[in-house]
Design a protein around this ligand. Sequence first.
Ligand code: ASC
Length: 181
Amino acid sequence: MKNPLILACSAAALVAVAACNSAEREAAAPAPDNESVAVANVADNVAAPAPVDLATIMHDRHENYEEMGKAMKGISDQLKADAPALDTIRRNAALIASYGPQIPTWFPQGSGPESGRRTRAKAEIWSDPETFRVRAQAFQAESARFERIVQGGDVEAIRAAMPALGTSCKNCHDRFRAPER
Ligand code: ASC
């Protein structure tokens, strides 16, 4: 009798070819450690158990945004203080700048409202990916710029740069984040 894997592959449609290929890849190599890649391929992996945990991805994404929000508050609190602690501002700016480039990887296909899970991520993230990409990119650039200014250590310059950073958060939220409920 034929190898059942080959039989399954030859009998199946185009989609399943990818599944068979990835099944073979997974047999030969360790599972990819990049969750977003794994999720992006979820539809292709029907024949193989995909290393996907949507709940974890969505939970971690939420935590990351919470951390960024707290970091923003940590900075603005310092800027209101009589003697702003630059080390606190630096730490918070570094967190925001390090998360900036990661944001596009936090939204794998399937992790929106159609997941049935609680999320404020709007379907527009996936239906208008170009706008999402552009705004995420703008935030990344702004957070990097902000961190450079923070490294300069001039509190007035940091204060002056803060509104643009907040606006680049807001630009994405206005279009891609559903209201709190
Ligand atoms: C923040 C924060 C945001 C943005 C936004 C700016 O500090 O958590 O989402 O700034 O409120 O308007």
